[in-house]
Design a protein around this ligand. Structure first.
Ligand code: ZN
Length: 838
């Protein structure tokens, strides 16, 4: 009998595993409702069952389009396209009755965030839930679950679903990262065996570089909710501010051996600007997830590993916008099924957990509807009352471009700002009309403004899931003051335009352009690409009563491909395209270096290679590719490390080595690279590539060795102890030697630098070799441990040295961080254009 029982138990186990790979739609769906036969199932449109294959983005869109056509509960809109041209679709799901008055419902809902909201009643107001799936493309169970979830919402029948749809507006975003999802689905599907092989060593579970996590330019899009630099984020943030959702869910995956995580995260790591009630409500919503997962027998955990600190993440961004963000993390099968500590983790199982959490979110939304709506109203009432009366000013009298880019972020985040009424000076900085803007503190988004502008240096916890500081005016290296009178404000800016400079006056002698504008490298590249000669001035000079700073670019008129009126016309076009100002001058005689001086050095047209592929950190490489390609319109060749040995490097003037993962180049590659530098190449390395440059004698420098001995730390505390020594991302002040070419285009003598490494390079004994050096008290914002701060003081984030006829340049940190660290982008451009002069 016992034997028989065991045998039948085994049979059940075996069949259930077998079934888990080949499930039908019923595997996911609740059985307490009936389903409308007129609504197409996913399989009837895309040709396979949910979880049988990894859905491609194309098929996902086919299905959502078909659902929207078949169901009067669903409308579909296309909000733009990804870099690869895929549609960014959004489904709005609610009852047909709500659809017929959707704009009124939306306006009423927005009313909760405006002044006068107390006059509104929330008794019968629907709650707004934004459900977003798989922002990391290779965490695909979310987007695959969206097929079943959308089907359920369209097809389920009965009083329960009617109640849900009556009380909820669902903004349903089936794929937050279409390009990444498509890239990953092709990988998982192309390696699927007829007999699914759960061996983790199978190629199916090990994507080729750079993987599907990121978008087209290899950005982690779940860091871009606040800076909004990527097209996918722009579409999403527009929807967000159009609706101010009460709950926003963000479906992810984590390690294969894990279970399922839902927020709240670690309490001590919640951003202090987030109201306490937000986390309490998150906990209460969590009870719904727990109940639903208990019911299907799935394990889960909460209040560990993940946090709610950086507002640029999807699950944290809503917390500073009157909503509640919720992170879901499902253990990943990565392909169709994989062995794990919890037995075989099948893909359909992961999809079912995501589906279940999507539904329990909606159940919580209905159950807690009034409570959460009232929370939102209170959030904005309090935000308005604590804003204060003054204003913030930011800008740069020499850089309208960067000022414009920060203003664009404010506009995307629905923060109101004004022109300055008249030019004025504050704390020694000039704020000029067109080059600066004023933000009144007393406005609806006062908390978001605080989150973007504050410089926090004290923290309850010393561990961070992500960066600990992101102060925007520091990231942009803009002058700013948080303490100006509102009376300095002019007209509110409602139609932001990039500043257009006056067309240059005609010259038969030369044109000059200062190097401060953000887009001046783009302008210089256009000039060189046209085949025109340009030179850079190594010193300041005064000409026709105007003073020009270090690094001013001069374009002679004579002996050029374009001359006279044609050159003037060309530079006028360049100015229009880049916002950079050119001045035609009538004489070469200056106070300072004359235009014919040897202190004007010829600039070579750069031909830049970027190392990518196995061994290279894709995020860092992608940021550089994106910077060149989308900001400066400069060609950059992506050199794959695996073919490096076969490449002819002689055509490149510059090669960039981003941060690495282990070793990117072997011994032969390294010798080849060294030979190329010796013959005149400029090699530019970032972050841990410095260890490689140093150990291979490409660049002489001394890294400080830190002694790390744990004292009075228990076994249990060891993780936190080492975690606290990490610099996850904070902002530090460096002083600049403005006469050094690396600092050309910087008008101030200090520069805020972003740092996310613990590499400390000792300063050179010759001070002229330390053009960028951390100050004696460098912390501006963010977390750093006391011992690390001691180490950091007076070290250098930049090092350069000659090798043969070439040059090696090194940055300890990422100057191109996440496409929003505009303030240090010019450092890399200076290395590219002026590296020969260092
Ligand atoms: Zn993720």
């Amino acid at each position: 009998m016992k034997k028989l029982l065991l045998l039948s138990f085994l049979c059940i186990t075996i069949t259930s595993v077998a079934q888990d790979y080949n499930v039908d739609l019923d595997y996911y769906l609740p059985t307490d409702v009936t389903y409308n036969k007129n609504i197409p199932t996913p399989k009837s449109i895309i040709g396979h069952e949910v979880g049988e294959w990894h859905v491609t983005h194309d098929k996902l869109v086919y299905y959502m389009t078909a659902l929207a056509e078949a169901s009067d509960r669903i409308t579909l809109e296309n909000r733009g396209t990804t870099f690869e041209g895929r549609p960014l679709v959004l489904l709005t799901i609610t009852s047909p009755a709500n659809h017929s008055t959707i704009e009124t419902i939306r306006k009423n809902h927005i009313g909760l965030t405006e002044s006068g909201s107390n006059a509104l009643t929330t008794e019968n107001m629907p709650i707004v839930v934004y459900q977003g799936f798989s922002i990391h493309g290779n965490e695909a169970s979310g987007s695959n679950a969206s097929l079943a979830a959308a089907y359920y919402l369209a097809a389920a029948q009965g009083p329960k679903i009617d109640e849900l749809l009556k009380n909820t507006i669902i903004l349903f975003d089936p794929s937050l990262n279409p390009d990444g999802l498509q890239r990953f689905s092709y990988w998982a599907n192309m390696h699927k065996s007829e007999n699914i092989n759960p061996d983790p060593y199978d190629r199916e579970y090990d994507e080729v570089w750079p993987g599907g996590r990121t978008n087209h330019y290899w950005f982690d899009m779940n860091r871009d909710w606040l800076p909004v630099q990527l097209p996918e984020s722009r579409a999403r943030i527009t929807t967000f501010h159009n609706w101010y959702p009460n709950i926003l869910t963000d479906h992810h995956e984590m390690g294969t051996n894990s279970s399922f995580f839902f927020q709240p995260g670690i309490p001590s790591r919640t951003n202090p600007l987030t109201p306490k009630l937000n986390q309490e409500l998150t906990g209460k919503i969590g009870n719904y997830h727990a109940k639903a997962l208990d019911k299907i027998g799935s394990f889960y955990y909460t209040e560990e590993n993940f946090d709610d600190f950086y507002y640029g993440k999807g699950s944290t961004f809503p917390d500073i916008n009157g909503g509640i963000g919720i992170l879901f993390e499902q253990a990943s099968s990565r392909g169709h099924g994989q062995e794990s500590d919890n037995g075989i983790l099948t893909f359909p199982f992961t999809v079912r957990n995501q589906f279940t959490a999507a539904l329990s979110t909606l159940e919580a939304a209905v159950g807690m509807r009034k409570e959460i709506l009232d929370y939102q109203r209170t959030f904005y009432n309090e935000a308005r009352s604590e804003g204060g009366s003054g204003a913030i000013v930011f800008g740069d009298e020499k850089d309208a471009g960067k000022t414009y880019e920060l203003a664009q972020i404010l506009q995307r985040q629905k923060i109101k700002f004004h022109e300055v009424k008249n030019d004025f000076t504050k704390d020694g900085k000039n704020y000029k009309k067109g080059f600066s803007y004023i933000i009144p503190k007393n406005q609806k988004q006062s908390r978001l403004i605080k989150a973007m502008f504050e410089k926090r240096t004290t923290f309850q916890d010393s561990l961070f899931y992500d960066i600990s500081a992101w102060t925007f005016p520091l990231a942009f290296n803009l002058d700013y003051s948080e303490d100006v009178a509102l009376s300095q404000a002019g007209e509110e800016v409602t139609d932001l335009q990039m500043k257009i400079q006056n067309a240059p006056n005609t010259s038969n002698y030369a044109y000059v352009m200062e190097w401060h504008e953000y887009y001046s490298p783009k302008a210089l590249n256009l000039i060189l690409k046209e085949g025109l000669r340009a030179k850079v001035g190594m010193s300041p000079f005064t000409l026709e009563n105007v003073t020009y700073d270090y690094g001013t670019v001069m374009i002679p008129v004579q002996n050029q491909k374009l001359q006279g009126a044609a050159l003037n016309k060309f530079l006028t076009e360049v100015s229009k395209e880049t916002g950079v100002k050119f001045t035609g001058v009538q004489t070469g005689l200056t106070k300072g270096i004359d235009l014919g001086s040897g202190q004007f050095r010829a600039i070579e047209m750069p031909k830049v290679g970027l190392l990518v592929g196995e061994g290279i950190n894709p995020s860092d490489a992608g940021e550089i590719w994106h910077l060149f390609d989308t900001r400066y319109d400069m060609l950059i060749t992506k050199l794959d490390t695996k073919n490096f040995g076969r490449m002819d490097l002689s055509k490149y003037t510059d090669i960039i080595l981003p941060a690495t993962w282990g070793s990117a180049l072997d011994k032969d590659d390294t010798e080849k690279l060294k030979d190329w530098v010796r013959t005149g190449g400029t090699l530019i390395g970032f972050r841990n590539a410095g260890r490689y440059l140093e150990s291979n004698e490409l660049l002489k420098m001394k890294f400080k060795k830190k002694q790390d001995t744990a004292k009075a730390i228990t076994f249990e505390q060891r993780g936190d102890y080492f975690g606290a020594q990490v610099i996850g991302g904070a902002i530090f002040e460096a002083k600049l030697d403005r006469s050094h070419p690396i600092a050309f285009g910087y008008k101030n003598s200090t520069l805020p630098m972003f740092r996310n490494t613990t590499l400390f390079v000792e300063a050179d004994e010759n001070s002229y070799n330390n053009p960028i050096q951390y100050t004696a008290s460098p912390l501006l914002a963010g977390y750093i441990s006391k011992p690390n701060l001691e180490e950091l003081k007076n070290t250098v984030p930049f090092k350069t040295g000659g090798l043969g006829r070439g040059q090696v340049i090194y940055f300890t940190d990422n100057t191109n961080f996440r496409a929003f660290w505009y303030g240090t982008n010019k450092l890399l451009m200076n290395a590219i254009f002026f590296g020969d002069e260092m």
